[in-house]
Design a protein around this ligand. Structure first.
Ligand code: SAJ
Length: 402
């Protein structure tokens, strides 16, 4: 069995490695970035993922995986490329289409074609139309399916193998063919469905989380006005056996939760009112936090007749990672710094050693020196800092839960 993975990013590369190592598949990984191809062939992991580099080195030196700039003839083809936005939050499937067009001349009878990229509903059907208009002789002779990933960065090796997966073919034979492939390395249950349901399932999972976080963020705004500690409130409400409220924060970031709901709202605007409102609330929460910081700086200046020192604690999009992509914390820091002539700002991110825009300060030093401390990301080391009554503390992510 030979598989060709189109896209060697945060999902494509780990999946290719695990398919080679655990599934015994011969893998070619294809990427348009020559540096990714070069690094992968040298056994160097270009993404951050614990344990993955050793696994990559094993499969490269065993000859089970190599990277290339061009696709090669295989038995199964996987589209694992980004689906970004174009215009006003409209999903852009042009990378999926380009990857599909690149591999379709190589297809032969009996092959499997799978899309893993998060995609709007109907993408698998749309790609199959392209495939069969270019290769009409293959109609009914190749399998076409959609199978989204669900892994959490930082825990990818475990989750790629142990998570359940949803697999939706354009017909039952396609679903079965895809199930047979994934069962080579997935120990979780493989749930069979159709392609449209599988596409919507991925969007639903991340939209569900976005809506739940929006509920927590909305509560935090209400509690701020009502003079109630939102952390205590949520802890108490969660004592109910059927209530499980998530934690408020400074907004929602990353490449998934803050993005995927728009794949639903752009195609079903009239129906997706709750999903759209959740996006607005989570975006508004980041704006609200930035305004809060700016107001605190002004209040301090009026009260103390000097500029405050401000510690901005955390840049990553969630706790204990170094990933700053689509991070509300990073955007809040940038916004506050834009009008920063009335404050000395220390930027803190313990998981990153250097940043090309922000000069980083050690978290202990910044906390010591600051008059105003703004907690943006709930990194574990912040939790061992002592609570200091002499400082203005804006705790947007529940470090002290006060
Ligand atoms: N967040 C909160 N409060 C919470 C939980 C999260 O504000 O109680 C924020 C985080 O700080 C972060 C954002 O939400 O800014 C997203 O973080 P996350 O941990 O919820 O999710 P991601 O983006 O790391 O990964 C998600 C996961 N999906 C779900 O949990 C439904 C993962 O399983 C998916 O594979 C991934 O998206 C993806 O690739 O789609």
């Amino acid at each position: 069995m030979k598989a060709c993975f189109m896209g060697l990013g945060y999902i494509g590369l780990p999946t290719a490695v695990v398919a080679a190592k655990e599934g015994g598949v011969d893998v070619v990984g294809v990427d348009i970035n020559p540096s990714v191809v070069e690094q992968t062939n040298a056994g160097h992991l270009h993404i951050v993922e614990p344990g993955m580099e050793t696994m990559l080195q094993e499969v490269v030196s065993a000859g089970k995986l190599h990277a290339s700039s061009t696709p090669e003839v295989a038995d199964a083809y996987f589209m694992v490329v980004p689906t970004p936005f174009k215009g006003n939050h409209e999903p852009d499937v042009s990378y999926v289409e380009a990857a599909t067009r690149a591999v379709l001349p190589l297809f032969k009878e009996g092959d499997l074609y799978v899309i893993e990229s998060t995609s709007p509903v109907g993408t698998t059907e749309a790609m199959s139309k392209i495939i069969f208009s270019e290769r009409p002789e293959l109609k009914g002779k190749i399998s076409v399916a959609y199978c989204p990933e669900r892994v959490l960065p930082g825990n990818v090796i475990y989750e790629l193998v142990h998570n359940d997966r949803v697999i939706g073919g354009l017909d039952e034979a396609s679903t079965e063919k895809a199930v047979a492939f994934y069962s080579r390395f997935v120990k979780g249950t493989l749930h069979r469905t159709n392609a449209r349901t599988a596409e919507m399932c991925k969007l639903t999972e991340n939209s569900s989380r976005d809506v739940q976080i929006a509920f927590a963020n909305e509560l935090s705004l209400i509690c701020d006005k009502a003079g109630i500690n939102v952390w205590e409130l949520i802890d108490l409400a969660n004592k109910h056996p059927r209530v499980n409220i998530l934690q408020p924060g400074c907004g929602v970031g990353g490449h998934c939760i803050a993005v995927d709901p728009y794949f639903i709202t752009s195609d079903f605007p009239a129906e997706s009112k709750l999903i759209a409102a959740a996006r607005e609330i989570n975006n508004y929460k980041a704006f609200w936090c930035a305004e809060r910081v700016k107001n605190s700086i002004l209040e301090f200046e009026l009260r103390e007749h000097r500029k405050p020192a401000v510690a901005m604690m955390g840049l990553a999009f969630k706790p204990d990672i170094d990933d700053l992509r689509e991070s509300p914390a990073k955007n809040i820091v940038a916004k506050v710094m834009q009008g920063a002539s009335n404050a000395d700002i220390f930027v803190v991110e313990p998981n990153v050693t250097e940043h090309n825009v922000f000069k980083l300060t050690n978290y202990n030093q910044a906390y010591d020196k600051a008059d105003i401390v703004v907690f943006l990301t709930a990194h574990t080391p912040f939790k061992s800092l002592p609570y200091r009554k002499d400082k203005v503390i804006l705790d947007f992510c529940g470090i002290f839960k006060r």
